[in-house]
Design a protein around this ligand. Sequence first.
Ligand code: ATP
Ligand code: MG
Length: 233
Amino acid sequence: MNAIIETKQLTHIYSAGTPFERGALLEVDFSAMEGEYLGIIGHTGSGKSTLIQHLNALLKPTSGQVLFQGQDVWADPARTRQTRFQVGLVFQYPEYQLFEETVYKDISFGPKNMGLDEKEVDRRVREAAAFVGLRDDQLEKSPFELSGGQKRRVAIAGVIAMEPKVLILDEPTAGLDPVGVESILGNIRDYHRAHNATVILVSHSMEEVARTVDRLVVVNDGKIPFQGTPRQV
Ligand code: ATP
Ligand code: MG
């Protein structure tokens, strides 16, 4: 199997050169394979969100590299843009991804930005909405009228509508009841199967993620001290 996305000696220091300097990742070598179903776990503040923002080319490395399909994501602006479309990231706080006046517009934002025609955008919005169990009548609502679980579904749909090769979800089950957890994990698994996509689930709680993934990567204090099958971890 080939790595679809990887980091090489990736270091990230926030506020470098100021009194608030904080090393969040230290020479991290991480990789995810094509079609893999992967979990990233670690305590709060360990560096999980920092790592996955690098995979989506949202943060620039202090040193080291991020490679998508073997090429440096910062090689040139076209490469960076392509990475952001093909590596979909659902943020830890779904509100970050909701800013339009209707759910429909929020979900269509990504595919529109990719330059797809209106018909294809519409097809993708409806397919993605159905995927996460949003009803047609919910598409014309304001995203801010929805419950926390529904907001999360909208954020996931917006990323799925871009049909990313790598789908990363930061704490996708946070704040949901057990029924909601099962339902969202089922949706994610369905996307993985339907698109043969690489999926990366990020969580600080071992239990939920470990149940479903093929491999677990442990992040601790900006490093990866251990990885293996859920049983090994
Ligand atoms: P959580 O489980 O709480 O989401 P995490 O594993 O995702 O934690 P990160 O958000 O990656 O952790 O944070 C890693 C370290 O970097 C922490 O010490 C955090 O305080 C620091 N950090 C994160 N974001 C910033 C930022 N924007 N500016 C400065 N420091 C930051
Ligand atoms: Mg985090």
